[in-house]
Design a protein around this ligand. Structure first.
Ligand code: ADP
Length: 396
């Protein structure tokens, strides 16, 4: 039976999911954490609720993948490595080059490396993992599935910053967006729920997790998205600031005695957002708990909801209408209060949430009232399945 593995490599982690294709059945999944540190954690979940866990030093991605392939056989999840005929690799930055998921040959791999400038923590790790796959599984088809591909359909009106155009021409400085695989997956599913060809739909997809972004999907194509040159832009996120006035950077650097802009960007990436405002946590569950006593936790939640609402409003204007709004990812799928508070601010635009349906977690649901002009959906995202499907489509 043909198997496809969907791989999501971070700088110190490796998440994966093994599918039997084309049935789209998950036969095992796992995560390797703390790669390159001591006491790395290696976990596999398989069968009906079985779990394999190992804590030992795993010095690099090559060792991690070696262990993974070995354990898949030892645990009888596969009989031989040749069964894994496809590997789909999530890649963060595809620049303007990778407009769709692509078979990764040597030339493509070099391009992934060359794009490291756009995602210094991610692209090099992803390229390394692909090289290890090429070495250990020489017959397996490697496919790159890029976070940015779905957004390459954005028109210049939306991807250009209002900077000297030369900076785009000379340095490819523009908006690229992210979370494209998730936005593509849930927008396709939303069109199915609308019962219309996707070409005839206007959909706003809200991927609200630790990282968060909103996309305007017109006729099945991303035409604008809230993340920017990097994932730092747009909404208030777990630890990222989202949109700010760049003039505040030199002002704050002066006050904080910082001389390296990288330290300031680090604050915007890691110490801001929900964490920065609340002073409590980057995790929405913690904030919901803390908000009863801590007004700043409540304020962080309000700011988060405000930014989500504003982006939805602006994308309704961008598309001159909307058929459906989709909530997905950790906060989008689980936080009923957030969904209600966001949608209740959009009633004038034709949204109306059905309270009796909204009290749900992680299950595909139509949340809007029967007669609402705009449908509101909860659609659990599944980036790994989308990756496996893309690999399948590229197998002969
Ligand atoms: P990522 O994949 O970007 O790390 P997730 O999509 O897993 O993030 O989302 C994580 C976020 O989802 C966290 O802020 C977490 O608190 C939030 N979340 C998970 N469950 C709930 C819940 N029941 N209520 C509110 N927020 C939740």
């Amino acid at each position: 039976m043909a198997k496809t593995i969907a791989v999501n490599a971070g700088s110190s982690s490796l998440k994966w999911q093994l599918y039997s294709m084309p049935e789209e059945v998950v036969i095992a999944k796992g995560i390797v954490e703390r790669i390159g540190l001591n006491d790395s954690i290696f976990t596999i979940k398989y069968g009906d609720g079985q779990k394999f866990e190992l804590v030992q030093d795993i010095e690099n991605h090559e060792v991690a993948i070696h262990m993974l392939l070995e354990q898949l056989i030892k645990l009888n999840i596969i009989d031989k490595l040749e069964e894994i005929t496809g590997a789909g690799h999530r890649i963060v930055a595809g620049g303007e080059h990778f407009k769709v998921s692509t078979i990764i040959d040597d030339a493509a791999l070099k391009l992934v490396d060359d794009l490291a400038e756009f995602a210094p923590l991610h692209n090099p790790a992803e390229a390394t993992v692909i090289r290890v796959f090429q070495k250990l599984l020489p017959e397996t088809l490697n496919v790159g599935v890029f976070d940015t591909s779905f957004h390459t359909s954005m028109p210049a009106v939306n991807y250009l910053y209002s900077l000297p155009k030369q900076y785009y021409n000379d340095f490819a400085a523009r908006k690229y967006g992210a979370h494209g695989t998730s936005h593509r997956y849930v927008s396709e599913r939303a069109a199915e729920l609308l019962g219309k060809p996707i070409e005839e739909t206007k959909i706003i997809t809200c991927h609200l997790g630790n990282g968060a972004s909103i996309t305007a999907v017109d006729g099945g194509k991303s035409i604008d998205t809230s993340m920017g040159f990097t994932p730092l832009a747009g909404l208030t996120m777990g630890t990222r600031s989202g949109d700010i006035d760049p003039s505040i950077l030199p002002y704050l650097m002066d006050k904080l005695g910082l001389t390296d802009i990288k330290d300031m960007i680090n604050i915007l990436n890691k110490e801001s957002g929900l964490l920065g405002i609340s002073g409590v946590s980057s995790d929405m569950r913690d904030l919901l708990e803390a908000s009863e006593e801590n007004p700043d936790a409540g304020l962080a939640i309000e700011i988060f909801e405000d930014r989500v609402r504003k982006y939805i409003g602006s994308y309704i204007a961008t598309m001159n209408g909307v058929d459906a709004i989709v909530f997905t990812a950790g906060i989008g799928e689980n936080d009923a209060d957030m969904r209600r508070n966001v949608i209740n601010g959009l009633t004038w635009l034709g949204c109306d949430i059905d309270e009796s349906k909204n009290n749900v977690r992680g299950e595909e649901t139509v949340l809007s009232t029967e007669n609402a002009k705009v449908k509101v959906f909860l659609i659990p995202t599944d980036e790994e399945l989308m990756i496996a499907r893309d690999v399948e489509a590229l197998k002969k």
